[in-house]
Design a protein around this ligand. Structure first.
Ligand SMILES: [Zn+2]
Length: 419
């Protein structure tokens, strides 16, 4: 009896049994899906039926913990800008006023769809207070998408104000439906005061924060220390995340140790965004250009929760982002020196930051998974996993099949020989 293979699955299909599937720990065997949960109990797997997943891996679904879906796909219309973070911010401030709520919704929907097809089922997105009239139009667009994608992508929305936005407007943004409060204190003239204000507003609303933190190669910028101090007494379940943390990459080791110890004690999580930091940082260093990625091993070693984000999708901050966390994980290996297995863990770690149940393909885990055609995580990252099947609660929600290229190798080889 020939069993169907994962590449024949279409959205809507319910998984029952996967035969010969390899999990992240490298073991290969059969698993069943029972009531939306993974089972490795023999009774559940018995019988000849199922999907032949030989050559496929069952991996934890990916989580993009730092996105800007309200800005996605704007690089061309913004005039193809190039340059540093400051250049990108300036470009956005002159260009962003042109975007309507409908424009923002369309771009953000396209970005979420791309992410879902890639196997990203949890996204934390920052949403700017947009330039022009009605600065909360982007937030309203994205909050509506949170409902539209419910059951497909768990979307967490961060209201990202600037230091020029008054506190009443921030309160209004929270009332629109933001899950967390954001901001970029290092871009304000008085970062400590701006962080104090942000934390006070979050406490007033009873919500957590995810701040763009120290997104600079200037070692004097260590707002993460202030953030740790301000949130150390918060209840454990209230989110306090620091995004980017570029300046950690240029600290002396003794300073780094103290900073990370404070962050760990405060229950802070760090979100690294390697692609955008590689692109935006270091323009002033034409030689020996720094990588601008925080020290990932040191962060993990001290017990700070580390997750990752794709950050920008073809916008003034990165013309080449695509919403695919496999690309981000690959960058964590190449530029951040994590092992491929560690990189996948970090690229999926956002699930726990969002409070989602464990999904590693083990008995009792929720049957959320990303099936990729690969023999190992290293191969999946190296080849960018062209074939993927995205599963939630045991049901296929998206597929992607790109490995259809052909090469006329026989003709080529025979020509070579005949010469
Ligand atoms: Zn960002």
């Amino acid at each position: 009896m020939t069993l169907p293979t994962p590449d024949t699955l279409a959205p809507g299909a319910a998984l029952n049994v996967l035969r010969n599937v390899t999990t992240a720990d490298g073991t290969t065997g059969d698993v069943a899906v029972v009531d939306g949960m993974i089972s490795t109990a023999l009774d559940d797997i018995a019988g000849p039926a199922g999907i032949d997943a030989s050559g496929w891996m069952l991996l934890p679904p990916l989580a993009d913990m730092h996105a800007h879906i309200d800005k996605a796909y704007t690089w061309e219309m913004a005039g193809r800008p190039a340059g540093s973070l400051e250049d990108a911010v300036a470009c956005w401030q002159t260009f962003g006023a042109r975007l309507t709520q409908a424009d923002i919704a369309a771009h953000a929907r396209r970005a979420l769809t791309a992410a879902l097809r890639a196997g990203v089922t949890a996204v934390r997105t920052h949403v700017n207070f947009h330039e022009g009239e009605d600065p909360l139009r982007g937030l309203r667009a994205v909050v509506a998408l949170r409902e539209e994608f419910a059951g497909l992508v768990d979307l967490q929305v961060v209201a990202m104000h600037g230091h020029l936005h008054d506190s009443d407007l921030v309160r209004e943004a929270i009332a629109v439906g933001a899950d967390l409060l954001g901001g970029a204190p290092h871009l304000s003239p008085d970062p400590a005061a701006e962080m104090d204000r942000t934390i006070a507003l979050a406490e007033e609303a009873g919500i957590g924060v995810d701040l763009h933190t120290d997104e600079t190669l200037n070692p004097a910028s260590l707002d993460i220390v202030h953030l740790s101090r301000l949130t150390a007494a918060w209840p454990a379940e209230r989110t306090r995340s620091a995004g980017h943390c570029v300046s950690l990459a240029v600290q002396p080791e003794d300073v780094l140790d103290d900073v990370l110890a404070a962050a760990a004690a405060a229950g802070l999580s760090i979100i690294t965004n390697p692609l955008t930091n590689l692109y935006l940082q270091g323009w002033e260093h034409p030689v020996a250009t720094p990588r601008a990625i925080p020290p990932l091993h040191a962060i993990r070693r001290v017990g700070v929760a580390l997750a990752a984000g794709g950050d920008n999708v073809q916008d003034p901050f990165n013309p080449l982002g695509n919403g695919d966390m496999v690309d981000v994980a690959a960058a964590l290996v190449i530029a951040g020196h994590l092992s491929p297995d560690e990189a996948w863990q970090v690229a999926a770690a956002g699930r726990s930051l969002l409070g989602l149940p464990t999904a590693e393909g083990a008995h009792g885990d929720v049957a959320d998974m990303l099936l990729v055609r690969a023999g190992s995580i290293a191969e999946a990252l190296a080849e960018r996993a062209p074939d993927r099947v995205v599963v939630r609660d045991g049901r296929v929600v998206a597929t992607r099949h790109l490995s259809t290229a052909t090469v006329d190798i026989d003709t080529h080889v025979s020509k070579e020989i005949s010469v």
